[in-house]
Design a binder for this molecule. Structure first.
Ligand code: SF4
Ligand code: FES
Length: 361
């Protein structure tokens, strides 16, 4: 087993509750109900333990973290331990008063999601009328509070053609950064894959526009761009390697190395209700199972990229092959790569599909 460094960042998924219903939501298909959520004091203990463990950044997320009335207290708790805190929000709840209070409590950064640059399509994708207008007001409140703003734009077949306007919108709203990420196909997005996978022509045009905008806006707006895995020949280094830098605490207190890990059937995940974060990070089968390179099959085992992409994504390997311990099929060297090609072929041939919206079942 490799030497294990302390984690860099904690994703605090405070709740799965959310006013939006995006069909690519990375939350599990079985959402946690409010009655199963950790309480405010339990979250305060998690933050204390995270800081003691060496975590530097905490990302408050969900669902919609602003659903939790303890959020201001949690931001203050994080700040009191020197943690850099980031709020990842839909912007559909709250406004100037809340943001000003969060800034005063020690919040350092806000990531605000938009579903499109155009109100009607954005609200259709979010499943909530009026959401886009609320987000515009929220962005203004973030800037008024003096907090740096990043816009998160998740792109796919049904909004990708507006990518130039999305970049213009980020600039107009005073964002310092825009993260344009193609949908990753887990959880709800996997259910909606046929409705979301873009065509190769759409992707190539979008990539051309992003590259030109990066040149034009150098020093003005940083543009992060995550291309869809399925069109790559090598996978992404998901989470920068399993159990290397990140841990997610889910609303119930279950701790996972990535947001989709619970889909892996033969792993059981520990809970902060029963174990300390340090125990979980350093001494749990769930975090050790795919750490480092010892677990790797061929072709990863003998590949010179094995400590660059760490064999790709375990959850994608599971979703596509039924076995989380296989090479990510996105890799063209994987014996299962034809599964990705088949999915692309099916998506190209499919008629437009209606969305299955995220909802409690
Ligand atoms: Fe990465 Fe494995 Fe593919 Fe090599 S064979 S590029 S390590 S996924
Ligand atoms: Fe779980 Fe990639 S989402 S390893």
């Amino acid at each position: 087993m490799p030497a294990v460094d302390p984690p860099l960042a904690l994703l605090a998924e405070l709740t799965h509750r959310c006013p939006l219903a995006c069909p690519y939501c990375s939350n599990p298909v079985e959402l946690e109900r409010a009655s199963g959520e950790l309480g405010g004091e339990e979250w305060q203990r998690v933050l204390r333990e995270a800081a003691a463990l060496g975590v530097l950044q905490v990302h408050f997320s969900g669902g919609e973290p602003m659903v939790r009335r303890e959020l201001r207290t949690l931001i203050a708790e994080a700040a009191s331990h020197g943690l850099y805190s980031n709020l990842i929000t839909s912007g559909a709840l709250g406004g100037e008063r809340e943001i000003a209070a969060f800034a005063e409590a020690g919040l350092r950064h806000v990531q605000l999601s938009f579903q499109d640059h155009e109100a009607a399509n954005a609200d259709r994708i979010a499943g909530l009328a009026g959401a886009f207008e609320r987000k515009l007001k929220f962005a203004a409140a973030v800037r008024a509070a003096g907090l740096p703003l990043t816009l998160n734009m998740v792109v796919h077949r049904q909004n990708l053609d507006g990518i130039a306007e999305m970049i213009d919108m980020a600039q107009a709203l005073g964002a310092r950064r825009v993260e344009i990420a193609h949908v990753q196909y887990y959880a709800w997005a996997l259910e909606n894959r046929a409705a979301l996978l873009p065509s190769r022509a759409q992707l190539d045009e979008a990539t051309r526009i992003v590259e030109a905008a990066r040149e034009r806006l150098r020093g003005v707006l940083a543009i992060d761009y995550v291309v869809p895995d399925y069109y790559g020949v090598r996978p992404k280094g998901c989470m920068n390697g399993w159990g290397r830098q990140f841990l997610n605490v889910m609303p119930s207190g279950t701790v996972v190395p990535c947001h989709a890990a619970e889909t892996i059937p033969d792993l059981s995940f520990p809970s902060v209700r029963k174990q300390s974060l340090a125990d979980i990070w350093y001494r749990s089968d769930a975090f050790d199972r795919f750490r480092g390179t010892d677990w790797m099959p061929e072709p990863c085992r003998g590949c010179d990229r094995r400590e660059i992409d760490w064999g790709g994504c375990r959850c994608q390997a599971l979703a596509l092959t039924g076995d989380a311990a296989r090479t990510d099929p996105v890799c063209a060297l994987s014996p299962d790569h034809t599964l990705v090609e088949a999915a692309l072929g099916e998506a190209a041939a499919a008629a437009p599909q209606p969305f299955v919206y995220r909802q409690f079942r």
